[in-house]
Design a protein around this ligand. Sequence first.
Ligand SMILES: Nc1nc2c(ncn2[C@@H]2O[C@H](COP(=O)(O)OP(=O)(O)OP(=O)(O)O)[C@@H](O)[C@H]2O)c(=O)[nH]1
Ligand SMILES: [Mg+2]
Length: 517
Amino acid sequence: MSAKVARIARKDVDDDPLTRAIAPPENETPEQREARVAAEHAAKQHSDAIDEELYRQRQAEKKGPKPVKVLLLGQSESGKSTTLKNFQLMSSPKAFRAERSLWRAVIQLNVLRSIRLILDTMTQALEAQSGGSQYIPNSRPGTPDDIPDREYPKLTPELLKLRMRLSPIFSVEQALTQALAPSGSLEFEATRLKPLRYSSRSNTPNSNKEPTINAALSWKGAIGRLLSGDKSQADEESEFVWDDPKNPGVVLNNCAADIKQLWNDPTVKALLEVRKLRLEEMAGFFLDSLDRVTALEYTPSDGKLHPPFPHHRVLINADDILRARLKTLGVSEHRFKIKAGNMASHEWRVFDVGGQRSLRGMISLNHPAWIPYFDDVDAIIFLAPISCFDQVLAEDPTVNRLEDSILLWKAVVSNPLLKKTNIILFLNKCDMLRAKVASGIQFSKYVVSYGERPNDFGSTSNYLRKKFAGIHKQCSPVARAYYCHFTSVTDTSSTSRILENVQDMLLRQNLEKSSLV
Ligand SMILES: Nc1nc2c(ncn2[C@@H]2O[C@H](COP(=O)(O)OP(=O)(O)OP(=O)(O)O)[C@@H](O)[C@H]2O)c(=O)[nH]1
Ligand SMILES: [Mg+2]
């Protein structure tokens, strides 16, 4: 190195402010030096202690409490996905709220389905009457056979006109189904939801007359996307062209008066009565909120938050999203950070599965494909909808729903693989059971063993709690605690209290297992 380069390098070091700042003073005495070295030593010790603590915390986080794994089980329409919505609402209400506009499409589809059921029933009545047969067989096998077959009422000319005017809803339902369906495969792209755009292509008539299956497959795409936490297209307000005549919301709004007239027509009520179709008890019933849900700029409520657009005609009522029905196919995993009581927030993994009979083989806990998911679940929340004592399975009308729930409960509690798993029973749809028995529907007519006990909510629900407890005790491979809650999971405040309770219990167990408390 030449002298010149060496001089420049020396100058650079001298000019460096940090070097100058930490350099010892030029005229340092031996005492000053000793004090300085001692101070530097203490500072280093302090710094090392901080590093050590940070390292210890990182290690503790790695080893820390495992996420709590919860599996939701129960027959179709028992309320599993609705329970999942409660988890999501507790964990991130803002994200839940951001998805309201997507749920609007699901609710519109629910409304359209109810109307189509009425129109189909009218068609059946017309066919029966024109074919000379005025009687239909009992349409609900599985119900007591002492309900006599009845004659269809005659459709009035006004009703026939209404039917004509409402015929566009068939194609709108198809359009909306297509709008919700992910492109390409229906089943395997569960986590993507197409933005809601309506094209003229969407208005092609529905050639397939069996809507439930089609709709179910399409809805799979929607629910995965809605609840998967992918927020990239969560709020699709901008995708909605409010006055596009092809927009199902516009069609519904234009038909609102006719729909209301149809639903309130006494002949329609009599028709539904003959078919024993109780629409108000069916999943996704919104015909009692028509003014609200058919409003042009309707945004469904999440039950907690209020509209941010006071100048808009955004009509809000409680809990629409919780009441919206979207059938689940397959299995999906959802992760939440939730704070329970005084404890630090904790990770939860909740598995939601489709409860339809044909899907239950797939969710078998013994199935090799699912073992990695389910072998270490901390708890199963089993939902039994106890209001369904007088209903049959949609997928098999010879099977009573309550009986099916009891058989499924038996299978779950007796499964040896689950002998150490906490099983928490939600006797769900208590609100509907209460209303049903209060309206005079006799529980003992369907559950013969109930005998002469009073036909009220307290006695019927208690009877079922004991029945499920008996099976739990008898069939569990080893003795374990029986956790049972009466729930109405569409009610977010009571459900959040129950879920907090469950979370607290599971978290304590989890921490105990990891010997952290
Ligand atoms: N009134 C009332 N309705 C409920 C209750 N729980 C669920 N529902 C409604 O019942 C319908 C079915 O609920 P889901 O949560 O979709 O049922 P699921 O068990 O996920 O059904 P699958 O996905 O088919 O397995 C929805 O429209 C819910 O709003 C309840 O406690 N009370
Ligand atoms: Mg579901």
